[in-house]
Design a protein around this ligand. Structure first.
Ligand SMILES: Nc1ncnc2c1ncn2[C@@H]1O[C@H](COP(=O)(O)OP(=O)(O)O)[C@@H](O)[C@H]1O
Ligand SMILES: [Mg+2]
Length: 265
């Protein structure tokens, strides 16, 4: 090993101090959050964001304090789904106060992306840094649940996010389509390998032309809980509110999933 000169040694100590300080700030930011729940899927377009948003809205509707964190780097859609147009405010310590809609506090990676093309050049260390930055500079206050909209698939992005932010459990979203089934299995195996707590499978867009049953099938095969089906419905085209707040049958679907997975964590 080569001997470090004093300047190098000092720089190293300073870097360690900064890292330690960042870790301390992140821990203190997340300190008031009881449960961090990742919503994950094998591929995009299966309704991951929709499920994250409606789970959050349904939890808030039941009186829980809830936040939603959008770290789907390539497709950060939560802000749009929650009808938020303003940037977060800063508190007296210069920490961001998430905007609140439908009783849910909302924070998104989208705030950090100047233009949409930028997303394509994000790599592991950048994702790691940006998420850490966001975590350390957000004032969530006290939360019963933080629902995290994760990047889909088995690429670097979801892995980096999972390694950066320790989750208490994951809800996996799939659809009745055959292809989605294969993707879901591959991705569930990935998160199982990370030794995280997979709470179970949700089948979204159930009952359409692709029928239903893929969710229970996957759950049985992989020895996981099946948390419930969410029907495919027109209501999702009304973007004025999360669909669970527009239609009581949808709210019931989400409440059933919450009862099965989140209430007794
Ligand atoms: N149960 C459902 N019924 C009808 N449309 C749905 C349902 N779930 C999601 N959608 C619609 O499907 C599209 C993709 O959903 P989204 O949540 O953005 O997927 P992802 O986050 O997985 O990419 C959106 O237009 C959404 O409104
Ligand atoms: Mg999405």
């Amino acid at each position: 090993m080569t001997q470090q000169n004093p300047a190098q040694a000092r720089a190293k100590i300073e870097a360690m101090k900064r890292q330690f300080e960042q870790k301390r700030q992140i821990d203190s930011s997340l300190d008031g959050i009881k449960n961090k729940i990742g919503v994950y899927s094998g591929k995009g377009g299966v309704g991951k964001t929709t499920v994250a948003v409606n789970l959050s809205a349904a939890l808030a509707n039941s009186g829980y304090s809830v936040g939603i964190l959008d770290v789907d780097i390539d497709c950060p859609n939560v802000v749009r789904a929650m009808k938020i147009s303003e940037q977060p405010m800063l508190d007296e310590n210069k920490k961001m106060i998430p905007a609140e809609r439908f009783g849910v506090k909302v924070m998104s990676m989208a705030y950090f992306q100047e233009n949409e093309d930028e997303a394509t050049i994000w790599r592991g260390p950048m994702i790691h840094n940006a998420i850490n930055q966001m975590l350390q500079s957000t004032n969530w206050g006290e939360l019963d649940y933080l629902i995290v909209d994760l990047p889909p698939g088995t690429s670097d992005s979801p892995l980096t996010v999972m390694q950066t932010l320790t989750m208490d459990g994951f809800v996996v979203v799939t659809t009745p389509q055959e292809l989605a089934k294969i993707d879901a299995k591959r991705s569930i195996n990935m998160i199982k390998k990370l030794q995280v707590n997979v709470l179970g499978i949700v089948e979204n867009m159930s009952g359409g032309i692709f029928g239903s049953g893929a969710g229970t099938e996957i759950a049985n095969e992989l020895n996981l809980d099946f948390l419930g089906s969410i029907q495919i419905r027109q209501d999702y085209q009304d973007t004025s509110k999360p669909a669970s707040l527009l239609n009581n049958e949808i709210l019931n679907e989400y409440e059933a999933i919450i009862q099965k997975s989140l209430v007794n964590l």
